[in-house]
Design a protein around this ligand. Structure first.
Ligand code: ADP
Ligand code: MG
Length: 496
């Protein structure tokens, strides 16, 4: 409680400061002198202004990161000392948890409760988990038959990492990239999303306080096509770690191809969530509603295609509609809020456009279906459930990234597998059944990087995360993430 009251003052103070780039451990204004507006989506008012970076700022930040990568203070820091620094940063994040939670909540509209008890604690856990890996990135000795040789591998940091993150989980996405990169010994230039850059800037002061050598972590704020594109195109960036839309992911991959920069991409989704006839319906309904409405549906892994066995379809639909109608939509900072506003005017129009399209193409709204001005002046959209959806409708195919569920009946397990796998995406899937064979059969058959059985939206720093197909490639979290930030070097020592 005390942390929370102090946090309100600290957050206000922080928000109204000038917000510059964080380069070489210093706050550096944009070379252009330009700034961009940062909006509070709960009120549609300007929260503050943030530096609008361009190629010049990116050049400075990449130079700082390259220099830090060469410096002995980082290069020769022991893995243990690196792990201790990361753990220190995690401790500072825990000390400022309330503040970080309020900042993300204000900046992009996630319910405060979710930030306090979900995403910010997850970011802290993640940093600690990765701190432990710093001392455990091992090579192998290989029994070669080519002659009398001692052959071994070492895993070395890939170099300067350009990290570009989306607005839906600002702090968490930053830490997913930073954690593995730092554990591996890389240096980083991070570009947060223009809609929600503040928690990452707050994190930067904690980076200084933790005692990281200057230049190991740099942050440039700005727009995607400006600062983001400059980072992707920079010849001295060895690896791009991107989370965002599939469209931008493809363009990043094209640009990176020219210099063979390493790329990992965590992109869009249209995840199927399958409720079988034998499911525990109560659990399945609340889990599936969390699956689509958590974070206003602004989650790449949102369970937006809900397939329900025909024999329980009507009953399930009725319960889903009731659930959606009872959700408390409101100001993100209100502790009672279950769903906040969507992030921006653009997103608001996009989601409402999809809802209109759903109606137009013949789907039927059974809950929500519109904007929600009574929740406040912000970008509020009702939790919306569509029935009478067919697989070919736009709302069943395209990622909406908003609180809109498409509910469809199915008749057999093999049929639903085929329909689920039709999607170009393959990020996550949910399965609800009490039958162990059905559970494993579906888990095995679905084309998705993660399958949840009798659960949805559970994540752990130790469990790998990433997509099949157009949801991208590379696995963040778990030891798998370290692959993305290291190169394997093989060494031959002649024994003769
Ligand atoms: P969304 O549509 O959800 O905002 P984007 O893929 O556009 O998703 O944005 C994700 C991140 O990618 C943001 O930080 C954004 O600024 C950045 N970005 C957008 N366009 C580009 C681009 N052309 N090059 C590099 N980064 C970009
Ligand atoms: Mg904002």
């Amino acid at each position: 409680m005390e942390q929370s009251l102090n946090a309100v003052a600290a957050v206000q103070n922080f928000i109204h400061q000038p917000h510059h780039h964080y380069i070489q451990g210093q706050w550096v204004p944009s070379q252009s002198g330009l700034a961009m507006e940062d909006i509070d989506p709960s009120t549609r008012t300007v929260l503050t202004h943030v530096a609008r970076g361009n190629g010049d700022d990116i050049n400075r930040a990449v130079e700082a990161a390259r220099q830090a990568f060469r410096e002995k203070s980082w290069r020769q820091m022991t893995p243990q000392a690196r792990g201790v620094l990361m753990w220190k940063l995690a401790d500072l994040m825990a000390e400022h948890l309330e503040e970080l939670a309020q900042i993300d909540s204000l900046d992009m509209g996630m319910p405060l409760r979710q930030a306090q008890y979900g995403t910010v604690p997850m970011a802290i856990d993640h940093m600690r988990y990765m701190a432990g890996w710093a001392t455990k990135i091992e090579g192998e000795t290989i029994p070669v038959s080519a002659g009398p040789f001692f052959n071994y591998t070492v895993r070395q940091p890939v170099g300067v990492v350009g990290a570009i993150i989306p607005w839906n989980f600002p702090l968490l996405m930053a830490v997913w990239k930073l954690g593995a990169a730092l554990a591996a010994g890389c240096t980083v230039v991070l570009k947060p999303a223009e809609q929600s850059p503040l928690s990452v800037l707050r994190l930067a002061s904690l980076v200084t306080e933790a005692g990281f050598p200057p230049g190991v972590i740099n942050i440039v704020t700005g727009y995607g096509p400006e600062a983001g594109a400059a980072l992707v195109a920079h010849p001295d960036v060895n690896k791009i770690a991107f989370t965002g839309s599939t469209e931008v992911g493809k363009s990043i991959m094209r640009t990176a191809a020219d210099r063979m920069a390493r790329v990992s991409l965590e992109l869009g989704g249209k995840s199927p969530n399958i409720i079988c006839a034998d499911a525990n319906l109560k659990r399945a309904i609340s889990g599936s509603m969390l699956g689509i409405f958590m974070n206003q549906g602004e989650v790449c892994s949102a369970g937006s295609r809900i397939y329900v066995a025909r024999e329980i379809y009507d009953e399930a639909l009725e319960q889903m509609a009731a659930y959606a109608q009872n959700m408390r939509v409101g100001m993100a900072l209100d502790p009672k809020t279950q769903m906040g506003p969507v992030v921006s005017a653009e997103q608001y129009e996009r989601v409402l456009g999809y809802i209109a399209k759903g109606r137009q193409e013949g789907a039927k709204v059974v809950a929500g279906g519109g904007e929600m001005s009574r929740a406040g002046a912000g970008f509020f959209i009702e939790p919306t459930v569509f029935a009478q959806v067919t697989d070919s409708m736009t709302i069943a195919r395209e990622e909406i990234f908003g609180p809109v569920a498409a509910v469809m009946p199915f008749d057999s397990i093999d049929e639903v597998i085929e329909r689920a796998n039709v999607s170009a995406y393959g990020l996550a899937a949910g399965v609800w059944t009490e039958n162990v064979r059905t559970a494993h059969y579906l888990a095995h058959s679905l084309e998705a990087g993660t399958v949840w059985v009798n659960a949805y939206h559970v994540y752990d720093a130790a469990a790998p995360w990433g997509g099949f197909k157009q949801s991208g490639f590379g696995r963040e979290m778990g030891h798998h993430a370290l692959e993305l930030y290291t190169e394997t070097k093989d060494v031959w020592i002649s024994l003769q």
